[in-house]
Each structure stands twice: as structure tokens, then as C-alpha cells.
Design a protein. Sequence first.
Length: 283
Amino acid sequence: MGTIGIEKRAQVVVLGNEKGGSGKSTAAMHIIVGLLRDGYRVGAIDLDARQGTLSRYLEARAAFAQARGIALPLPARASIPRSEADSRAEAEADERARFEAAMHELSRHNDIVVIDCPGADTHLSRLGHAHADTLITPINDSFVDFAMLATVDPDNHEVVRPSIYSEMVWQARKTRFSRDRGRIDWIVMRNRLGAAEARNKRDVGATLDVLAKRIGFRTVRGFGERVIFRELYLQGLTLMDVREAGLGISLGMSHVAARAEVRALIGSIRKPPPTLVLETPAA
């Protein structure tokens, strides 16, 4: 029996912001594993090779699976470091060539490519953003992180002007549209939501709603502040792996809620069904 696949362009999901510590790589890893478990073929690109958080996460996952003798779903992956070329033009040309080569290879064999961008404004980050179908920007639920999206009046919390990062996303949208008439669906993920500071959460939420209409994004509830995320990182695991990995962790209500948060995030991504592979008689 032979098989043929339906050729199509891989959908691109980009995790991006310009501030560290917001849970970007954790979100990327859970999206990757969740999509794999939903039957998608997934590729992963780490554009923050110097920090390498996503790459280390995936390496730990492969090592854990091998040591335990279990089969954990893994994506095809690539890591692209910043260029060492002397001139800016040469460096950007080098980075673009390596980025496009990785995108071409992973797009050929996968339904979805997930890109984890560095927490800084770099040429590689801009390339990643400009290729997004879906851009997910995690922010901690406070006005400290809100500053990454816009300047806010301290007295009345009104939006004064979009931030440099929001302007970069706008440029990425224009670049994407001019290249292939594609549009970027921008999701701002309100991460580390806690029970305390209810008034602050209301104020952040109300200001986000205003800004969302102004610059064109939608908001989703992200991940709560849960110890389980940090515990699983060192082993390269996600909440979807706990039972299979045999860790002996009893899933309490907090873990169930965390899994629901992950599933809700994945559900918010507009994506096609997994690739259908049609079996045909061999010639």
C-alpha cells in the first residue's frame, strides 16, 4: 500500500513579546504537545538559540522518554542562532536564509509550525512575527507587563499610545500582507492570573479591551500561577503527559484546572483539521 498526503502550506503559530518571564516558552511547549496529541504534525523553531529555553525543554523531553522507555510525542525542530557576520546586511541576509530554509523544510512535512521568539527586538524575531498566521503574546496580568503593549495614563488608565512592540506587530502585519496577502490573528494571553488583586485585574482587563479594539487583537485567559508548570519543565514534560509518564503525581483540582487552561488556549487558535492521509493501491 502506498500513501499520498494532501499538500498544503503549514500554519504558523508564533509566540512573541519583548519581555522575559511571561511564560512564553512554557506556552509554546504546551501548544506543541497539545497539537501533537490532537493528531497534528508539528514543527518547532527556536529563534532564541542563545537562551535556548524551548530547545532545552525539547532535549529534556527526548532524554526523559529514552530513559523511561516510553513514547512521548515530539515535534520536528530547528534552532536558529543569531548570525556572527560582521556587517548588519550580511548578518540579516544570513539569518533570513537560514530561517527560510528551516521554514521550508518544516512546512513540507508538518501541518503547523510553532515558533518561539526571543524576548527582544531582533531581526530573527521580526522574521518570525512576519510569517505568523497566529501571534500569541503572553503577558503577566499587571500594568507592568501591559507597558509592552501601550503607554497608559497613570491616573485614569486610558491608553495614551501603542508601544514599540505593538508598532513592530503592525509592521509585521504589513510585511505579511504584502508577501502573500495573509493576515495575522493576534492573541494577547493574560498569563499568571491569580485570585488576589481583583481590582487590578479588572483595570487591566478593561484597558486591554480598549486597546484590543484600537490595534486589533483578541484576549484569552492564559495559565494561572501554578507550581506544576515549573516542576514539569526540568523533565521536558507538559500537563498532557503526567499520566503517561508515570510520575506518580495525583491530579488534583488545580492540575485539572491547569489542563483546562491549556486546552482553552489551543482551542482559541484558528486552525485547520489535521492532515488527512489517503491510502491508495500501490502501482
